[in-house]
Ligand binder design. Structure first.
Ligand code: SAM
Length: 253
């Protein structure tokens, strides 16, 4: 899968793309991250890429020309247009279903804004998806792009090793994941739950499902409600939840 990132700060992206799981996937050639420095497309002799906003007001706005030329360079020779994501606090909130959906694309282009943002006309011309990573404002789109690339890439076949799996992760089935434990069996007086040491896979699966429901009920009842409404709870889940009402204060209302 190919990620093309249009940015004023390619070093920020480059650094992250060579570390850990994503770095390994890049090395193996499963994913490719191409960074394009928008400043390289400035026609200004001082390499300016921004200017004052029409109508006045604070800050600077990224000009459409260099972004368009950068985009045209990425598009040269392509027969189909990949999805073009503009990272913006004004976009659809990024979540696991969107990460899973985007992981099915062969190539995605990201546009990272900076300063007060980007001239609206280039957004109208090239962007297919406006995406936000949350209801807060950051200084630039680089970190949001990295977050999206990380979440999308780990859904791409071969990126996670055979011992790692995204299938049980939080959000994949709409719920939060169950708690995890590793050695030692006892730590600061706290023991690993006996069931996990029992070797009984049926009981372990049941315990994990119950914990997953419990954790979601405690921490994100909104998610549980969504799963309930979409028919994602089995009869066994509903039974487990009925038993959890007493354990989780306030969950019976
Ligand atoms: N003036 C803009 C507004 O109020 O919508 C905010 C501009 S912000 C300071 C600069 C850039 O950071 C944006 O163009 C965008 O690329 C990026 N950015 C900031 N917050 C973001 C968020 N929550 N999600 C995605 N991108 C964000």
């Amino acid at each position: 899968m190919i990620f093309d990132v249009m940015t004023l700060f390619p070093e920020m992206i480059d650094y992250c793309m060579h570390e850990s799981v994503i770095g390994r996937a890049v090395k193996k050639g499963i994913i490719t991250v191409n960074c394009f420095n928008i400043r390289d497309y400035s026609t200004d002799r001082h390499r300016h890429v921004d200017d004052y906003p029409y109508g006045g007001g604070a800050g600077m706005v990224m000009q459409p020309g260099p972004i368009y030329d950068c985009y045209a360079d990425i598009m040269a020779g392509k027969e189909t247009k990949p999805r073009v994501v503009y990272l913006t606090p004004q976009g659809r909130i990024f979540d696991q279903p969107l990460a899973n959906e985007l992981a099915r694309e062969e190539e995605i282009i990201f546009l990272c804004g900076h300063y007060e943002g980007v001239d609206e006309r280039i957004l109208e011309e090239i962007v297919t998806d406006n995406v936000s990573i949350g209801d807060y404002v950051l200084t630039g789109g680089e970190m949001p792009a990295m977050i999206m690339i990380d979440a999308i890439a780990r859904q791409v076949e071969g990126v996670l090793g055979s011992s790692e799996s995204a299938a049980n992760d939080s959000f994949q089935d709409g719920l939060l994941e169950y708690p995890q434990y590793t050695r030692p069996e006892e730590f600061h007086g706290m023991r690993v739950p006996d069931v996990l040491l029992s070797g009984h896979h049926g009981n372990i699966d049941l315990w994990r499902r119950r914990q997953s429901l419990k954790r979601t009920l405690e921490r994100r009842p909104d998610l549980l409600e969504k799963v309930r409404q979409s028919g994602g709870l089995s009869a066994e889940d509903r039974e487990l939840l009925a038993g959890l009402q007493e354990e989780v204060p306030g969950s019976g209302q």
